[in-house]
Write a protein that binds this ligand. Structure first.
Ligand SMILES: *Cc1c(COP(=O)(O)O)cnc(C)c1O
Length: 548
């Protein structure tokens, strides 16, 4: 009898030799894969696009292992979690003999893949309240016997939004050691529940699926993973095509998941969850809704009445939601969008949005050889500021600018501080200006503003014109050459860089005898000057020309 997991794999998969692909060109002279020696036009000299990629690009695998708290050899990267589902079926289910278990209503692709593979489908439906029925799952699996190779459980479940009780999962792993227990955590980032990835070391039959399509905004890029015992991954890699991850996909994923970008993802998730709560509350007032199911995902399952009238209203507002009525009477699923999108959806549902909140968010991502920066500003929410540039004094100054400017700032930078502070300070200023300009949109409400900031012996006078034209004039002499690790010549340079990407004229005059006070007064003063520009109500543009 062969060892786990070969004893449950398809015979054919065990018997053939893995395809011997050579992907991932190294420094050697590569005349072994019939590739072109030239980059494709337009010349992408750094892309390596003329070379086949590795089956599992090492850097990507390591990054995703780190993201999900696993070891690289426990990870299979595929074209979405969807491909991991397909490969599981093709690796373990013999056509016409084996079967899988699903708990409907759930994600339809489990059954689709079983149908394509010719595997049977055993159903252990969710209870009426959509909770998982552990006893029923157990009974069905016992009755099916060893030909039931895989149990697919989805948590939070799509389309119902609820999570599975961890005890059900761990008992199944314990009681059915010859069956793969697969937990699809496509919406794992949206719940407070722990990932089952922590249990992979304990249970050799547990498989966790994750995707970059939902929380990480990469649905169009196609990347997702299976996390499991390395022996399971090895078998699955035999079935996975030789080059599933195109090089541009690897590059986009790595860029979207740089350490600097992670605080931005966190801020988005926080807003997403608060919008889920807001929508859950607000939709209660809709005349079309009988019931809203509690959700730990980025969608809500709704029980609808007057369906046809609702569909007409949705069409009028051009809002699409997912219709589940053919399998779940009266049910439709709505995804949680941006604040503005959700407000439009509420209007379609006949809910009056009082005190329409603006939510002007701007983001900038900037990566060069010297710095890797992600910035997110929200001009309409002061909560959630986190700043990490690696320069304590600079963090303090940017914090003062955001606080006095009345906006929240998430800014994270990995810079070449081993050289000096110059690139970090300059590039953060450029990225911040871009993010602010992004948040201001067409600059409605912008104009000309000023502030005077005294700090003990120091006085800073700041005047700003959000004119779209960049200029910076700085008058002041600092008594020392540094404040902390912050070189004083970078103070005017910061404002110059910011003016450039913000599209503003910034005039600063500062006098005093304490360098720390003087720099801080300049940053605070700019915040104070910008505050009315950012806070301005209405849509008037403060220029006779009509545009800024
Ligand atoms: C969206 C979704 C997936 C698919 O993820 P991809 O990585 O885009 O293939 C998998 N499982 C569930 C439950 C989903 O809702």
């Amino acid at each position: 009898m062969s060892e786990w997991p070969n004893n449950i794999a398809r015979k054919a998969v065990l018997e053939f030799q893995a395809y011997g692909a050579r992907g991932g060109a190294t420094d050697a002279l590569h005349l072994d894969a019939n590739e072109s020696p030239w980059s494709p036009p337009p010349v992408q000299s750094t892309g390596g696009f003329n070379r086949y990629p590795e089956q599992q690009p090492a850097g990507l695998r390591t990054r995703l292992a780190d993201l999900y708290g696993a070891m690289p050899e426990q990870i299979l990267v595929g074209r979405g979690a969807d491909e991991a589902i397909e490969v599981l079926l093709r690796t373990f289910c013999e056509a016409g003999e084996d079967s899988i278990l699903v708990c409907p209503p759930t994600f339809g692709y489990f059954a689709t893949c079983a149908n394509i593979q010719g595997a049977g489908i055993v159903e252990a439906p969710l209870r009426a309240d959509f909770s998982y029925d552990g006893t029923l799952i157990n009974d069905k699996m016992r009755a099916a016997g060893p030909s039931l190779k895989i149990a697919f459980l989805c948590s939070p479940n799509n389309p119902t939004g609820n999570v599975i009780d961890a005890k059900i999962v761990l008992d199944l792993c314990e009681n059915f050691p010859q069956t793969l227990i697969v937990i699809d955590e496509a919406y794992g980032e949206f719940t407070g529940a722990d990932s089952f990835a922590d249990q992979i070391d304990t249970y050799p039959n547990l498989v966790v699926l994750r995707t970059l399509s939902k929380a990480y905004a990469l649905a169009g890029v196609r990347a997702g993973v299976a996390i499991a015992d390395p022996r399971i991954i090895t078998l699955m890699l035999k079935v996975l095509p030789p080059y599933p991850i195109p090089r541009p996909v690897e590059q986009v994923v790595m860029a979207a998941l740089t350490p600097a970008a992670m605080p931005v993802h966190e801020a988005r998730l926080k807003l997403w969850k608060s919008e889920r709560e807001r929508m859950g509350q607000a939709l209660k007032a809709s005349p079309f809704i009988r019931k809203i199911y509690p959700s730990e995902a980025n969608f809500l399952l709704l029980d609808i009445e007057e369906d046809e009238k609702l569909l007409r209203a949705l069409a009028k507002y051009q809002v699409k939601i997912r219709d589940f009525r053919s399998i779940l009477p009266g049910k439709m699923r709505i995804s949680i969008g941006s604040v503005e999108e959700n407000d439009i959806a509420l209007a379609a549902f006949g809910v009056e949005v009082k005190a329409k909140r603006q939510n002007r968010i701007g983001e900038a991502h900037r990566k060069t050889k010297e710095t890797d920066i992600a910035v997110r500003v929200n001009l309409d929410d002061v909560s959630g500021t986190t700043i990490d540039t690696g320069i304590g004094f600079y963090d303090h100054m940017l914090g003062a600018l955001a606080k006095h400017g009345g906006f929240s700032l998430v800014l994270s930078c990995a810079g070449d501080l081993e050289i000096d502070a110059h690139h970090t300070i300059e590039d953060c200023a450029l990225a911040l200006g871009t993010a602010l300009s992004d948040a201001l949109g067409d600059k409605a409400g912008a104009g000309r503003f000023g502030a005077h900031i005294p700090m003990d012996e120091t006085l800073a006078k700041v005047a700003v014109d959000l004119s779209g034209r960049a200029a910076m004039v700085f008058k002041g002499e600092f008594p020392t050459d540094h404040a902390g690790e912050f070189p004083v010549e970078m103070c005017p340079h910061f404002f110059e860089s910011l003016a450039q990407t913000l599209g503003a004229s910034i005039h600063i005059e500062v006098s005093g005898t304490n360098t720390h006070h003087m720099i801080e007064a300049c940053f605070k003063g700019l915040g104070r000057a910008l505050m009315p520009a950012f806070k301005r109500e209405g849509t008037d543009i403060a220029s006779t020309k009509g545009v800024l």
